[in-house]
Design a protein around this ligand. Structure first.
Ligand code: 3H9
Length: 696
């Protein structure tokens, strides 16, 4: 018998314990171990009931993702779960931590489920571009109904035991010792004559038209993404055909998902988001500084969003602004967001009050003396930042971390306004700061390892993904955005309508089109940054449309007019023929010939511009790995997760093909923007990939 799975007797009840750290994934050894233990327990007449339990921090968190893409090893999870489903004595899953994917599918093959009240239960396969492939799509709707099951499987979000109890997903929930409770529960079921077997149930009635309506409900959020539609098809089968036929359907569709490039892309991001925390010259043992008192300087949209993100994470926040009015506005922004969260049932009123009670409004730098971390979020102007950092240097205690939320400015120059550059770092949040997962952590030339390690841990405290980047203009994300935006701007001048470009790119999977994003962020913001820059290309076409709109006061949503029109505060963009005409005249003036432009060209120019800039960033050492760049784009810029990020996408397309297209653009549009990087040329020549480069 395997050591990772053991069988022990507690009176008439036997306990199968799985011990496969860190998350008890269903590796080959675990599957085999469970199968062997089931066979032993089945043949032992002294055993009257069975509990499945896990050692360590969690119940089974799913199939072992590392095994996907490798030759399958028998027994499969399906085979083991069929054995469990048919077990003749009462079976109880004792769930703590996270019962996810194949873990929850295992629990669904037991007759009963007992959960610790802190547990989470979910089928998150969709986040890996998969569907539950060991009966989950057939058993879950039989137990909790088609709609809840679809929500859990197409959204991938786990539920808590209270919800699970209400839906009938678990039979008991406990604050006491879990294993003891589960054994007692199993003991009581020994005499039960009719053991409930989910596979023998029918799905509760669904109304005619239910699936069509459900597809419509998820259409926007799942555009271009294959797994959710396949999950719906599996649940349709659960409703309309036998359990055995439904299982066959699930198997067929699971295989399609497993072998798809979409799932490969999402698995790539899963590991990339964990790899990103590893920084070669900042070892795991690096000491981290305690961060509990935060100060945020600037109570504008960004400052208030950062403060809210810290409050959500349970930290104390002091928010500083020049005047009382600014501070009150910042507090009002925070209150409004919290009230909206209460309205949506995400937090309770008490939780909202608790967060607000940890917020302190201050207007004097002297009050920052005991902050562990100060985050500056004032205007994006170097002179102002320098002033703030020199003031911080005077008042902050030794060991405080001094961070700037700059999105473009030179961290080393900001650091040189202090006498302690080793304590200065960039913490670049993305708007809305309390929602977006990405935090770019910008390392200056002298930032200490301790400050980097503490900042990476701080990102975790905020439930964000911290990506360490180097100090170049725009860092990783915004530097790449410049190339992407530039192509959008050129395409506009060349005759592509803004709504057409946006449609093509959102159909391709981007969360929003670049023109809608510009209007949302405010066209005045980019305009101001470009005005401050002295290194822009000498090209009258460069961001010309955006500049023209900003100069006319068409800032976007906030002024009701940008590249699109907006009706009375609505956020729905409406195409504006006046803008089309304005662009046409400007193109004529600049001698740019307008023409019909197809979707394929829009995608290639915008996305390959990202790949090219990403390759240059890697080459220049401003990102540690290609996969870090993917993490930035998937979490900060709405790049479709099922395409894995720009660098993974280049690998999927073939680096050589991307390189050839870039060389073609260099010939057609001139080398100024399209001269390929050395690295890209080398990978194309050697048949290499960015993924292999990361392994070197
Ligand atoms: C599935 O079940 C398919 C079935 O329906 C059908 C099959 C036929 N496998 O996230 P953490 C590693 S699909 C292998 O930092 P946390 C992870 O890489 C699966 N490894 O911890 C990391 O390694 P390292 C459905 C896994 O506490 C370490 O564990 N299940 C797996 O923040 C710690 O992870 C899921 O999608 C795995 N399944 O979060 C669940 N899971 O230290 C995916 C984790 O070397 N997992 N690792 O970097 C999670 O959501 C989180 O890891 C979890 C813990 C919530 C469990």
């Amino acid at each position: 018998m395997s050591e990772t799975v053991t069988l022990a007797r507690h009176g008439q009840v036997a306990v199968i314990t799985i011990d496969n750290p860190p998350v008890n994934a269903l590796s080959h050894a675990v599957r085999k171990g469970i199968g062997d233990c089931l066979a032993e327990a089945d043949g032992d007449d002294a055993i009257e009931a069975l509990v499945i339990y896990c050692a360590g921090r969690t119940f089974i968190a799913g199939a072992d993702i590392r095994e996907f893409g490798k030759p399958p090893q028998s027994p499969s999870l399906r085979e083991v779960l069929a054995q469990l489903d048919e077990f003749r004595k009462p079976t109880v899953a004792a769930i703590h931590g996270t019962a996810l994917g194949g873990g929850l599918e295992t629990a669904l093959c037991c007759h009963y489920r007992v959960a610790a009240s802190s547990a989470k239960l979910g089928l998150p396969e969709v986040r890996l571009g998969l569907l539950p492939g060991s009966g989950g799509t057939q058993r879950l709707p039989r137990l909790i109904g088609a709609e809840h099951a679809l929500d859990m499987m197409t959204g991938g979000k786990p539920v808590d035991p209270a919800t699970a109890m209400a839906w009938g997903l678990v039979d008991a929930c406990t604050d006491d010792e879990l294993l003891k409770t589960a054994i007692e529960f199993a003991d009581l079921k020994i005499t039960e004559k009719n053991l409930p077997r989910i596979s023998e149930r029918k799905v509760a009635n669904v109304e005619a038209g239910f699936f069509a309506a459900y597809r419509k409900k998820i259409a926007r959020r799942t555009r271009g993404f294959e797994a959710p539609e396949r999950i719906v098809q599996c649940v349709e089968a659960a409703v309309s055909v036998s359990f055995a036929d439904g299982m066959r359907k699930e198997r067929e569709l699971f295989r399609l998902c497993r072998d798809s490039s979409q799932s490969a892309a999402m698995r790539h991001l899963f590991f990339a988001e964990r790899q990103v925390a590893r920084v070669p010259d900042v070892p795991k043992e690096t000491e981290v500084r305690e961060i509990s008192k935060i100060a945020v300087i600037g109570a504008g949209t960004m400052g208030a969003g950062i403060a809210l993100s810290c409050l959500d994470a349970g930290l104390d926040v002091a928010m500083l602004d020049k005047d009382r009015q600014g501070l009150e506005r910042g507090r009002a922004t925070i209150e409004k967001s919290l009230a909206a969260a209460v309205g949506k049932g995400r937090i309770s009123d008490t939780q909202m009050q608790a967060r607000l009670s940890r917020l302190d409004l201050i207007d004097d730098f002297a009050a920052l003396a005991d902050a562990d971390l100060v985050i500056e979020a004032v205007f994006e102007t170097m002179a102002i930042k320098e002033e703030v950092f020199s003031a911080l240097d005077r008042v902050c205690r030794d060991g405080a971390i001094l961070a700037s939320n700059t999105s473009t400015l030179d961290i080393d120059r900001i650091a040189s306004a202090t006498s302690r550059p080793e304590d200065v770092i960039g913490l670049h949040f993305f708007s809305p700061a309390n929602i977006m997962k990405l935090l770019e952590i910008v390392r200056g030339a002298r930032t200490s390892a301790e400050v980097i390690a503490s900042s990476m841990r701080f990102a975790k405290q905020l439930s964000k993904i911290g990506v360490l980047v180097g100090n170049c203009f725009g860092f990783v994300g915004n530097r790449m955005l410049y190339g992407y935006g530039r192509e959008n701007q050129f395409l506009l001048l060349e005759g592509a309508a803004p709504e057409y470009i946006d449609q093509v790119l959102t159909d391709w999977g981007m969360a929003m089109g670049p023109n809608a994003v510009g209007d949302l962020a405010g066209l005045d913001v980019g305009y101001k940054v470009r005005q401050e820059r002295t290194d822009l290309p000498d090209d009258p076409r460069y961001y010309r449309v955006a500049d023209m709109l900003a100069e006319q006061g068409r800032y976007g949503q906030k002024t009701g007019r940008g590249i699109y029109l907006y009706d009375n505060g609505s956020r729905k963009p409406i195409a504006d023929p006046e803008v089309g005409e304005m662009i046409r005249r400007e193109a004529e003036r600049l001698g740019v010939e307008q023409r019909e432009i197809g979707g394929a060209e829009i995608i290639e120019r915008c996305i390959y511009a990202l790949v090219l800039e990403g390759a240059k960033i890697l080459e220049e050492g401003f990102a540690l790995r290609a996969s870090d760049i993917d993490v930035v784009w998937a979490n900060g810029y709405g790049f479709p997760r099922y395409r894995g990020g720009p660098m993974f996408y280049a690998d999927t397309m073939g680096v050589e093909k991307v390189y050839d297209a870039i060389c073609g653009f260099a010939e057609r549009f001139g080398p100024q923007y399209w001269s390929p990087s050395e690295l890209l040329a080398r990978l194309a020549r050697d048949g290499g990939t960015f993924a292999e480069l990361d392994k070197e």
